[in-house]
Design a protein around this ligand. Structure first.
Ligand SMILES: C[S@@+](CC[C@H](N)C(=O)[O-])C[C@H]1O[C@@H](n2cnc3c(N)ncnc32)[C@H](O)[C@@H]1O
Length: 319
């Protein structure tokens, strides 16, 4: 499904070379136990019309443009809808606006000004469909590897890649736990929206640190609550209807966790309440979304009566 030889060539001579060499076999093995809907998603990918992106905008927004008649535009739209639900975006592809559940561009606008990504070799852990990977390239990254075990998001990435075949971005359908220990080869590692899904958050931070070279930078983004360094919310059951949310620390607690995990220069660069304009159902994601997960009489609370989603972005360096 994906030719990894350009990635292997790209990482030759770097600390990641041996890992890159092992990836084709690992992915072949992973494909033997992939998702039951993969064939349907592959059919959607095959239905994508042949189009050439003559104008590629990844900096201010994610927009591809080029010759595309109405028939091809309708075919493109239909094929992309076959890869629904689309959660992270938006994407503007040859006149088709993929209005995703999330305005991920808003998060990128909050985070990107605090980062220097030019020339960087980046790992995006929990990259979803790879939306931010393209934006990282737009910010000047040398190459971006994303990992996410979700096969639909992998297929959505391949849809974009169809029209951006030459760009140095690779999505691997792997979890962080599938990576070898002590990779120590990335300049920047992103973990956005993943920590609160982990049952062992400190182990997650240590695993992220293992992926970085010395001096490398971590961008960690996760759900937080108000409070001091001893405040951590562990939901009794669901949080905003999600079953798999474990730890929501305060910013101060998160900073402490990062320092205990061995990071230095830990600093919070953004805190933002997630609005119902930022996360909502659309034609491209028709299931329930944030407005359904909040108390209808008080958007400051989830339906479970817990503090409504607030996200913090922190930077930290591996010494
Ligand atoms: C809430 S989404 C965040 C997506 C994106 N990073 C963002 O900030 O919008 C969490 C993502 O992490 C992925 N994920 C969950 N567990 C993971 C793991 N162990 N390793 C890598 N990715 C994981 C999920 O498949 C999902 O796409």
């Amino acid at each position: 499904m994906i030719d990894l030889s350009p990635l292997v060539r790209r990482l030759a001579g770097t600390p990641l070379a041996a890992w890159a060499d092992s990836l084709p076999a690992q992915l072949d093995e992973r494909l033997t136990r992939s998702h039951g809907d993969l064939q349907r998603w592959q059919a959607a990918l095959q239905a994508l019309p042949m189009l050439t992106a003559e104008h590629i905008e990844l900096g201010e927004q994610l927009q591809l443009a080029g010759a595309c008649d109405d028939t091809n535009r309708a075919a493109l739209r239909q094929a992309l809808l076959g890869l629904s639900p689309w959660r992270k975006g938006p994407f503007d592809l040859f006149g088709v606006h993929v209005d995703t559940e999330w305005r991920s561009d808003w998060k990128w606008q909050r985070v990107a000004p605090h980062l220097e990504l030019r020339g960087r070799r980046i790992l995006d852990v929990g990259c979803g469909n790879g939306y931010y990977m393209w934006r990282m390239l737009g910010a000047g990254a040398d190459c971006v590897v994303g990992i996410d075990p979700n096969w639909l998001f992998f297929c959505q990435f391949l849809a974009l890649r169809r029209y951006l075949p030459e760009l140095p971005a690779w999505h691997l359908p792997l979890a962080l736990e599938d990576l070898p220990e002590k990779l120590e080869g990335f300049d920047t590692v992103f973990s956005m929206g993943v920590l609160y899904h982990r049952r062992s958050p400190i182990d997650h931070l240590l695993a992220l640190k293992d992926c970085l070279r010395r001096g490398g930078e971590l961008l960690l983004e996760t759900l937080v609550v108000d409070g001091d360094a001893s405040t951590v919310l562990v939901p009794e059951d669901r949080y905003a209807q999600m079953r798999n949310v474990w730890f929501l620390p305060s910013v101060a607690a998160l900073e402490l966790w990062l320092r205990r995990a061995g990071f230095v220069e830990v600093r919070c660069v953004d805190v933002a309440v997630t609005s119902v304009e930022e996360q909502r159902a659309t034609e491209w994601m028709t299931f329930q979304s944030l407005p359904d997960f909040l108390d209808p009489t008080d958007y400051g609370r989830t339906v479970e009566g817990l503090p409504a989603p607030t996200r913090a972005a922190l930077l930290a360096r591996k010494p």
